[in-house]
Design a protein around this ligand. Sequence first.
Ligand SMILES: [Zn+2]
Ligand SMILES: [Zn+2]
Length: 356
Amino acid sequence: MSRVRGYIAPRRLSFPLHPLPLLLTEIIPLGTASATPTRTRHLSACALRRQGRLLLFDCGEGTQYRLLEAGISRRLDAVFITHLHGDHVYGLPGMLSTLGLMGRPEPITLVGPADLERVVRALPGLGVDDLPFALDFVALEEGFAPGTVVYAQAGFSVTAQPLEHRIFCAGYRYEEAPRPGRLDAARARAAGVTAPADFEALKAGRPVTAPDGRVLDPAEYVGPARPAPSFAYVLDTRPCDGGRALAQGASLLLHEATFTQRHAARAVETGHSTARQAAEVARDAGARRLLLTHFSARYPDPAPLVEEARRVFPSAEAAEELRVYVLGEEGGKGKEGEEGEERKEGMGSAHETGDT
Ligand SMILES: [Zn+2]
Ligand SMILES: [Zn+2]
């Protein structure tokens, strides 16, 4: 196990790239329920796909089935667990066990509270000698440095921030490397640039000598660096500095909204956020897009939560399970998943839900 105190060196994995999609980063909510599932909502988990890599944020019970339903390859690289409440972690044993039966050789990184390793290893079939692949645990300890890098690969990294829940809890931010500015190719051509290598040089910020001997300054031909696409995963928590730091300028913020303001006192008591508070975090942090999740079963339809959030953050939406959200795409075009518009009454809606 590596205990987090600072930067963890990028590690190369050796599997081939998944054929499609190669260029987009996709966020796919797999479960949007809090505490107790309903007939239409599953327990917390969210997949991130990027160029054949798969990251998972939380792993509620049944996550492996949700991955199957979403048609997502289970060639998993890393799982980021926020905290050790059952609705965020009970999906791990079944999923890891299945991956073991499939005989995959590649290691899986498990990031989460320090007790995660003890919890996982205590289960039958998940011991060090039981699985055909290594589990690389990255343990977050109480008092870890906000913004700690917990996982990094070529082109992106994931950082963690402490959140404020009833037990130790961490949120995560996935961020890609900044994208270079766009090259004004027409202008470069007008200055006499013709060789592809020279276009590439300008793009990379290197000066180029034009046919007439002038040295072309790349700053004049390349626009400002474009913001790096980022995804903030903020569950379960009261509104807090850690959540705001994760959400800072995020392309997409997935924030818990367990209750409406009507149950604000219950939110404080249980360490959760209301929809309005989630929207305030998004607004204050300058997030570009807000998806609400982790809905209490008392709301069979998330419409009241969305309505409340929109008074603060007009474009707020309820995360839809199995819908594909393309990271950094203006306007957030998404492909509809199987459950896109389906809304049915949840089985726990009339009862106290034990929101964890
Ligand atoms: Zn919880
Ligand atoms: Zn929860």
